[in-house]
Ligand binder design. Structure first.
Ligand SMILES: *Cc1c(COP(=O)(O)O)cnc(C)c1O
Length: 526
């Protein structure tokens, strides 16, 4: 069974009314199976920001990356859309008890909404779900049932429990209201993207001509998100609101990637992973069932793809986005970002493509895997009686940063570029960084600060990079400081010749994500 709507009507109604509606999930209620938000349930779901990832875009050489910030839902994941609509439907139907299996976030979100709806939730969770998440679920009044087994086994337990007790069971991706709810992600993306890419168009509602991104990227477990998002874009296209469907990129973690493995083998039916090997429990659906079949069909039609990344790549992506864009999220979303990096690196996603990536989830449970031992510096103050003077405090503070960090001088006439390189370096280690805007300034700085490494732009006013290098090489104090040239343009053979033997590395700007860049920096600093 699927939900169908009279789409011809909807475009007309939206054209007239959308501009006066609140920016939340219910503004698209004509295309939802529930017409009105129940004020007794609603928590302000949907209507999350679309954020341009400017720094990340510069770093990977793909300027139009947008982050759909689903963390800003009531319980910090896009499951809030599903919970708002599905719990409303269950309440309308007079249901008072519900059984659901979850890898964590569905249970958190269902619990919050079920609490408001007066529905009791039996939340079946694998014991891998972090304790902090379980506590939150219990706090909302749900009964947590911990199953020591895989998520697929947990689903079977939940189903058997519901059958024995004759209780309603959440059907996962076969729950119509849930798939329908996820469509609102695509409606919001199209509307927001249009506003952000064409800020001059003031009435995007009257004409109702919106833009699809070229790509929608999401980390996938059961596949509810992309099922809803593809259906949403299909409906927009049928209504003539958008011209094309985005390609969908489904990212899984190497330790549990049944969809990716099946797709890469060209299979129409999914393989199953019996024993998922990943720390990222949110994504531990080993048996994708018919959702794979549905997703494969629409992804093959729209030029999308399935890709997987390691847990470590996901953790690394979390560091990068937190430090480059100020967003912290759970490892599952890190999987999506690591997948994005991989697809850009492999040329699947092109530098001219507009990309929207779903960013969602809680940070807390991630910490044990994410940070090394060195993440904090502790200050132990002597007791006041022992050292009442200020001296004791200052001595303690001095111990906070006693080391000499490697010193790097960046010379580039573009402030933006310098900031970018600074951010990239700081996102991955401790460095003391100096910036110069032209060659002359750089030479003065080198004399004063004695850097261990120089990152140099070639085209600069006053004195260009070529001249800087020649001067450095002539002086024996500076001749041995390693130089990385980061250039925005392709060099001519003649220019390359001038640099030959003089510098350590030549980088094209926009290729900074290359593990090579930081590898180079580290190697040269040794
Ligand atoms: C649920 C969830 C996913 C997986 O979503 P599906 O579309 O159901 O596969 C990914 N990331 C986070 C943070 C989630 O909560």
């Amino acid at each position: 069974m699927i939900a169908e709507y009279d789409l011809s009507n909807v475009a007309e109604i939206w054209g007239k009314q959308l501009k006066n509606r609140q920016f939340d999930l219910w503004r698209y209620h004509e295309l939802l199976p529930i017409k009105n938000p129940d004020p007794l349930i609603s928590l302000g779901e949907g209507g999350t920001p679309l954020i341009k990832a400017e720094n990340l875009g510069m770093m990977v050489g793909c300027p139009n990356i947008f982050i759909k910030d689903e963390r800003q839902g009531p319980t910090s994941s896009f499951k809030d859309r599903q919970a708002a609509v599905t719990i409303s439907a269950l309440k309308e139907a007079g249901i008072t008890e519900l059984v659901a299996a979850s890898t964590g976030n569905v249970a958190i979100s269902y619990s919050a909404y079920a609490a408001r709806a007066g529905i009791k939730l039996w939340a079946f969770l694998t014991s891998l779900v972090p304790a902090v998440k379980m506590h939150e679920i219990a706090l909302y009044g749900s009964q947590v049932v911990k199953v020591t087994g895989t998520y697929d086994q947990t689903k079977k337990m939940a189903s058997e429990f519901a059958r024995q007790r004759n209780l309603t069971l959440d059907m996962g991706t076969r729950t119509i209201s849930s798939v329908e709810a996820m469509k609102t992600i695509s409606f919001e993306i199209a509307e927001q993207l249009t506003r952000m890419l064409s800020p001059k168009t003031d009435n995007i509602h009257k004409s109702l001509k919106w833009r699809s991104p070229d790509w929608y990227v999401q980390a996938v477990s059961g596949g509810m998100g992309p099922l809803g998002v593809t259906k949403g874009f299909r409906e927009l296209k049928e209504m003539g609101v958008v011209d094309k469907l985005p390609s969908i990129a489904i990212i899984q973690t190497d330790g549990c990637a049944p969809m990716v493995e099946s797709w890469k083998k060209g299979l129409d039916e999914p393989l199953t992973v019996m024993h998922p090997q990943t720390h990222i429990e949110t994504l531990a659906t080993g048996d994708p069932g018919r959702t794979y079949i549905l997703l494969k069909q629409s992804i093959d039609k729209t030029g999308g793809c399935f890709e997987s990344v390691s847990d470590e790549e996901a953790f690394r992506a979390m560091h990068i986005i937190a430090k480059m864009e100020g967003l912290s999220f759970e490892p599952a979303a890190g999987v999506a970002f690591a997948g994005l990096f991989k697809l850009i690196r492999n040329g699947v996603i092109k530098s001219t493509d507009t990309v929207v990536i779903n960013c969602t989830g809680h940070t807390m449970p991630a910490e044990q895997w994410l940070l090394g031992d060195d993440w904090s510096r502790d200050i132990e103050l002597p007791s006041y009686e022992e050292t009442p003077q200020q001296d004791g405090l200052l001595a303690a503070l001095n111990r906070v940063a006693p080391e000499r960090f490697p010193r790097i001088a960046i010379a580039d006439d573009s402030l933006e570029s310098r900031r970018l390189i600074r951010r990239i370096l700081q996102s991955q280690g401790e460095f003391t960084i100096f910036e110069a805007g032209d060659g002359k300034e750089l030479l003065a700085m080198i004399e004063k600060e004695k850097p261990d490494l120089i990152i140099l732009d070639l085209v600069m006013p006053e004195m260009d990079g070529f001249e800087v290098i020649e001067i450095l090489k002539r002086n024996q104090d500076t001749a041995n400081i390693p130089v990385i040239v980061a250039s925005a343009k392709e060099l001519t053979p003649n220019e390359k010749n001038r640099l030959k033997g003089q510098i350590q590395t030549l980088m094209q700007k926009g290729e900074f994500l290359n593990d090579e860049f930081l590898g180079e920096v580290r190697a040269l600093l040794k």
